[in-house]
Design a protein around this ligand. Structure first.
Ligand code: HMG
Ligand code: MG
Length: 313
């Protein structure tokens, strides 16, 4: 199959379901379910799995078992296991647990930064600086996020110059990659072109990724717009899991199986086995006693022989 003109021939899917997906679930998710989810995703061919968060457990109790998750997963060669880390206390825990990659997470807006990190935007960048230095010294890959890069529930639309400014400050930390987050899922393809162009002009040498939540059903169209601008790393969560406990209007992430189906149709390589991924979308949704929200998982249907039964309550 030929690849559509003007888009990358291969795309890396950065799977955030076990972290961004599960962090927002109200029901307690047993550690063994988290471990099985990470292992299933790695077995389905996901090259990077953001497995958990080493944040302050009082802030995100759902992921308070980060060390136990990392200790129990089956480490597959070729798969990168990543985790969110806000500060040196988190980095020490993450390195002790053997992560391959960390992600520091800044915000384009002051309100979300204070609500999510208990810090101003500037204080958060200062908090990340020794973290990124120490991670690099330990040969741990460093990703950064800029949340609220398209809109903020308290501050409204976010000007692209403001996003480019924080992207510059984050990139100056020496990141391997920066992911632009539509935390509350309000962006449309025109916004993607506008914001990506401004950020790329500000940090031409930093590898960019996109991270869309699907509140208004625009996430897949937004990925398509980003591909046309040459973006080759896309964040997604199996089954469309997701949300942010510190932004109530953040709904599920773009579903991994939906983006894999799109990319496959465009002749773009991901290395992911769509069948195994859809099985996993049904399996994790069954743990919560509900159907996957993603169109592709619903269209392909529940795998034969799968049993239902919720493990989380
Ligand atoms: P704080 O309350 O200001 O903490 O939280 P502190 O720095 O004042 O420290 C207080 C105590 O907590 C100290 O202990 C620290 O050691 C301990 P004490 O001295 O009192 O005994 N502590 C920790 N313990 C374990 N692990 C740690 C840790 N840090 C401090 N890492 C903090 C500040 C940044 C820690 C907090 O605000 C936090 O953890 N926030 C994380 C919130 C979060 O995870 N939100 C969801 C992820 S963001 C997201 O979903 C968006 C994204 O998906 C992209 C998008 O969608 O756009 C990434
Ligand atoms: Mg997110």
């Amino acid at each position: 199959m030929t690849v559509s003109e003007g888009v990358p021939a291969r795309v890396t899917i950065y799977e955030v379901g076990p972290r961004d997906g599960l962090q927002n679930e109200r029901q307690t998710v047993p550690t063994q379910v988290k471990v099985a989810l990470v292992d299933r995703l790695a077995a389905a061919g996901l090259p990077v799995v953001e497995a958990t968060s080493f944040v302050r457990p009082e802030w995100v109790p759902q992921l308070g078992d980060a060390e136990r998750v990392m200790a129990a997963i089956e480490r597959r060669s070729g798969v990168h296991y990543a985790a969110l880390v806000p500060n040196l206390a988190g980095l020490e825990r993450a390195i002790g647990a053997g992560v391959d990659e960390i992600a520091v997470f800044g915000s384009a807006t002051e309100t979300f930064s204070r609500r999510n990190l208990n810090r101003s935007v500037g204080e958060a960048v200062e908090m990340f600086a020794p973290v990124t230095d120490a991670a690099r010294a330990a040969s741990v890959r460093v990703r950064g996020y800029v949340s609220m890069a398209f809109g903020d529930p308290w501050e409204g639309p976010v000007p692209e110059g403001q996003v480019a400014g924080i992207a510059r400050r984050m990139a100056d930390l020496g990141l391997d990659e920066l992911s632009l987050g539509d935390t509350i899922g309000v962006a449309t393809p025109g916004d993607v072109e506008r914001v990506l162009s401004a950020v790329r002009a500000a940090i031409p040498d930093t590898r960019l990724a996109v991270h869309f939540h699907d509140t208004f059903g625009q996430a897949l169209a937004n990925v398509h717009a980003a591909l046309r601008l040459g973006i080759d790393t896309v964040d997604a969560a199996v089954g469309g899991l997701g949300g942010c406990p510190y932004a109530a209007s953040a709904t599920g992430n773009l579903a991994t199986e939906d983006v894999v189906y799109l990319l496959r149709g465009m002749g773009i390589e991901t290395g992911i086995d769509l069948g195994r991924l859809v099985d996993t979308a049904w399996w994790i949704s069954d743990q919560f006693g509900r159907e996957p929200v993603s169109s592709v998982a619903r269209a392909l249907g529940r795998p034969s022989g799968a049993t239902t039964g919720a493990a989380c309550r």
